[in-house]
Design a protein around this ligand. Structure first.
Ligand SMILES: Cc1cc2nc3c(=O)[nH]c(=O)nc-3n(C[C@H](O)[C@H](O)[C@H](O)COP(=O)(O)O)c2cc1C
Length: 228
């Protein structure tokens, strides 16, 4: 069965390098894996209505019964559908442009709204996640962007992966300025292909493990632990 990978394009511009990097990398990885190993779905955050997290502190679970409480904005934008896709995916690849050495503001707005999943017993626990950062400059902050993008996913209990065999680096560092220029970045595309293969590999291992230990999340969210 194909491994479902959700690509999250965090660029605000149409024909983004981030989006192209996701599509081409998944396609070449798939070819190497025999043709039908990866099923990619890409969410372009720019096309989604995403409100800011209101920091209302409501989402999560009831302290008395443990029943889950959804985000108060659940029916007000597209986030509920995005969260559903994230939970259903076997792995996630985030592709972001580098903005001032950091992931895009679109990424930040989106990721804050995923907090509800963390508070609901870590619904993203053990999901492999990799990052692709595209910068206009060769030393423009791709690595700092990758590191910063990892952090929320570590808080989610995800399994952060790089680009696996060959070079085992931190994911994918694309080098491109104008839209579409990434398609000429040979080394970026190579890292992209490796990154998808690594997510595929780890997702396959996790799925195999689930047949032994079950599908339920092994992590329980607590309001009190860690408050010291
Ligand atoms: C607000 C803004 C900030 C940027 N900051 C950086 C930067 O810090 N370093 C860099 O190398 N490129 C920077 N760039 C260039 C983009 O990272 C580059 O154009 C990239 O290809 C955009 O990817 P996209 O097509 O997926 O949006 C910046 C661009 C914008 C619009």
């Amino acid at each position: 069965m194909a491994i479902k990978i959700l690509g999250i394009d965090c660029s605000p511009r149409k024909k983004s390098n981030s989006g192209a990097l996701l599509e081409v990398s998944a396609a070449t990885a798939n070819e190497k894996l025999g043709g039908e190993a990866i099923e990619l779905e890409v969410i372009h955050l720019r096309d989604c209505a995403i409100n800011h997290c209101l920091a209302c502190g409501t989402c999560g679970k009831r302290k008395d019964t443990g029943a889950f409480i959804p985000c108060v904005q659940r029916d007000k934008d597209d986030m509920a559908a995005i969260l559903e896709k994230m939970v259903a995916a076997d792995g996630i690849v985030v592709a972001t442009p580098v903005y001032f050495g950091l992931p895009s503001d679109l990424f930040s707005k989106f990721i804050m709204r995923t907090r509800v999943l963390r508070h609901q017993d870590f619904k993203l626990a053990n999901k492999p996640v990799a990052v692709m950062a595209t910068a206009g400059r060769r030393s423009g902050g791709a690595e700092t962007t990758i590191l910063a993008t990892w952090l929320p996913f570590i808080r989610h209990g995800c399994l952060i992966v790089g680009n696996g065999d060959q070079t085992c680096q931190f994911g994918t560092m694309g080098w491109a300025g104008a839209p579409g220029q990434i398609l000429t970045d040979e080394w970026g595309l190579e890292q992209g292909e490796q990154t998808f293969r690594r997510v595929y590999e780890v997702a396959s291992l996790v799925n195999a493990g689930k047949t032994i230990v079950g599908d339920g999340t092994p992590m329980k969210f607590s309001y009190t632990s860690g408050n010291r």
